[in-house]
Design a protein around this ligand. Structure first.
Ligand code: ATP
Ligand code: MG
Length: 368
């Protein structure tokens, strides 16, 4: 077994064992959900059915306008579906209004891209807000604030105003405020999109920590597959209001079935290609160019001598550009990018061969 193959076989075992585990309790059930804002425009959500398990971090990914925010707003009753149902903890959110809806919403809180903090209130004042609105006693509020600020690592900023806080600190306050009423579900609509990569990582780590410590279910909208890769246990891909793919993150990333999931996946790996290589990539072949092939290894097929087959069967001279193993939901997934020199004529055969092994092969461009 070569050095690269070992972790992939671990992946295969992990996949087998996860299939054997009992299914977690479903907390959110979406049944044939459709939303039409403007009949002339057609549905913004089109027949979505989805079950989200208790304690999952479920990523919703899709391009701008795919319907992500609309879907998540149907979960807390901010948007009323045109047809279909949304059940959270067995309660049909889509049929509630008035006081029962407000009561249900305490269980389903939300954080936002631009934090939505009140600038006239301190950190403590912002965190206190949902408690005040819910009529919680003053003494109890006083007791809860330090607890909540500690949970998000911001005890020192209790008296700071939003204007005195960094973006990451503001989002921590947003998270503390969202957790004030001990919700069962936290909805996050692009909560890290306004933050730099390092702060994004810290906020994602905080969300994962809270998910583990409190068993909180998180539904997280993003347009970045890297956010999904870092924390989501499950992912749903939306396109034009339709669910095009959904499942455990590892399975969707390792074996994307839809073109749109594949394009999100390539967006992760394109980042990984060394700049010197990505700058040389051209979208189409030119005289004398060679294709650049990316192979995703996971599951049993990792045992196959793929590189040997490329050389012997397809007469390719592989030149490895980049290889790495990522951990997705704590399971390894290997990606190898190589220049398939001499491979242009046999490419369809190579892709068919990889596909027959259950491997994902993709031409990411061409180099001279
Ligand atoms: N209140 C509304 N009234 C009418 N149309 C709306 C409304 N809200 C959203 N839409 C339309 O529904 C579609 C989906 O919007 P939505 O905000 O759900 O997409 P999204 O996936 O969250 O996009 P983004 O990534 O840009 O936030 C868009 O075409 C949008 O213009
Ligand atoms: Mg949106």
């Amino acid at each position: 077994m070569n050095a690269l193959a070992r972790p992939f076989s671990v992946a295969a075992e992990a996949r087998l064992s996860s299939a054997d585990l009992p299914k977690p309790e479903t907390l959110i059930r979406i049944e044939d959900l459709t939303k039409v804002y403007d009949p002339k425009e057609g549905p913004v959500l089109d027949g979505i059915s989805l079950a989200i398990g208790k304690g999952d971090i479920h990523g919703i990914i899709g391009r701008s306008g795919a319907g992500k925010s609309t879907l998540v707003r149907c979960l807390n009753g901010l948007v009323a579906p045109t047809s279909g149902r949304v059940l959270v903890s067995g309660r049909e959110i889509s049929s509630l209004s008035g006081a029962p809806l407000r009561a249900a919403r305490r269980d389903i809180s939300m954080i936002f891209q631009h934090f939505s903090l009140l600038s006239s209130r301190t950190a403590a004042g912002n965190v206190a807000l949902p408690l005040e609105v819910a009529g919680v006693e003053k003494n109890e509020i006083r007791r809860r604030i330090p607890e909540l600020l500690e949970l998000v690592g911001l005890s020192a900023k209790v008296d700071a105003y939003p204007s005195e806080l960094s973006g990451g600190q503001k989002q921590r306050i947003g998270i503390a405020r969202a957790l004030a009423l001990n919700p069962q579900v936290l909805l996050s609509d692009e909560a890290t999109s306004a933050l730099d990569p390092e702060t994004t990582e810290q906020i994602l780590a905080l969300l994962k920590d809270i998910n583990r410590r409190l068993g909180l279910t998180i539904v997280l909208i993003t347009h970045e597959m890297d956010v999904v890769r870092q924390i989501a246990s499950h992912v749903t891909v939306l396109e034009h209001g339709k669910l095009v793919e959904s499942g455990p993150t590892f399975d969707v990333l390792a074996f994307p079935k839809s073109q749109v999931a594949r394009s999100f996946l390539s967006s992760i790996v394109a980042h990984d290609l060394p700049r010197q290589v990505s700058e040389r990539l051209r979208p189409s072949p030119a005289p004398g160019s060679s294709p650049v092939l990316r192979i995703v290894f996971a599951g049993q097929a990792a045992h196959e001598p793929v590189l040997a087959a490329l050389v012997e069967q397809f007469r390719i001279r592989p030149n490895i550009l980049h290889g790495r193993i990522d951990y997705i939901d704590d399971k390894p997934l290997g990606v190898l990018t190589l220049v398939a020199a001499g491979g242009t004529p046999t490419l369809p055969g190579v892709l068919a061969y990889l596909s027959s092994l259950g491997l994902h092969g993709e031409i990411v461009g061409h180099v001279l």
